[in-house]
Design a protein. Structure first.
Length: 160
C-alpha cells in the first residue's frame, strides 16, 4: 500500500492523544506513507437548531470534499456503515493494494457527522460501532486498526 490518509475535522487537543498518534504513525512508517489532515471545525452555538447543525455539517463537508485527493479510494466513517472485523479491514486493504489502489483516505466528520454529499463520494461506508466515541479517541482507534491491519497482513504476532 502506498499512502493512507485520515482526513478529519478537528485537531487533537490533549498531549496524550497526540502522543498515541505519533506512536502509531511511527509504527506505520514501515508499511505505508501515513498522514493525517486536520480541517477546522465549524463553530456552533451552545444549543444549535437543526438548521444550524445542517449548516455546520455542510460547511465541514465542503472542506472535506476540497481535500479528497484525486483517484483515492475513500472510506467514510459513519454509524450507518458496514461493520468489519479487524481481519476484514486487513483483507480489504490487502485486496485494494493488489488491485493497484495506491491511496486510501479515511474520512472522520465533526461532532455532528459527515454530510450526505461526503458520504456519497465514499466507495465504502464503515462503522466501528453503533456507540458514539469522542472524535479524538476515535482517531487513535482508527489508526490502531490500520496498524493492526498491516500486522495481520504480515502475519505478525501483534494480532492475537
Amino acid at each position: 500500500m502506498g499512502t493512507i490518509t485520515i482526513l478529519c475535522i478537528g485537531k487533537l487537543k490533549e498531549a496524550y492523544w497526540r502522543d498515541a498518534m505519533a506512536e502509531y504513525t511511527k509504527r506505520l512508517s514501515g508499511f505505508c506513507k501515513f498522514n493525517v489532515v486536520e480541517l477546522d471545525e465549524t463553530k456552533a452555538s451552545d444549543h444549535p437548531s437543526e438548521k444550524e447543525i445542517a449548516t455546520v455539517i455542510e460547511k465541514e463537508g465542503d472542506r472535506i470534499l476540497a481535500k479528497i485527493p484525486t483517484n483515492a479510494l475513500v472510506i467514510a466513517l459513519c454509524i450507518e456503515g458496514k461493520s468489519w472485523s479487524s481481519e476484514e479491514l486487513a483483507s480489504y486493504i490487502a485486496t485494494q493494494s493488489v488491485n493497484g489502489v495506491s491511496h486510501i483516505v479515511f474520512l472522520i466528520g465533526g461532532s455532528y457527522g459527515l454530510s450526505p454529499r461526503v458520504k456519497q463520494q465514499a466507495q465504502i461506508k464503515l462503522s466501528f460501532s453503533k456507540m458514539t466515541f469522542p472524535h479524538q479517541l476515535f482517531r487513535v482507534l482508527l489508526t490502531e486498526q490500520i496498524y493492526r491491519a498491516f500486522q495481520i497482513n504480515n502475519q505478525s504476532p501483534y494480532h492475537k
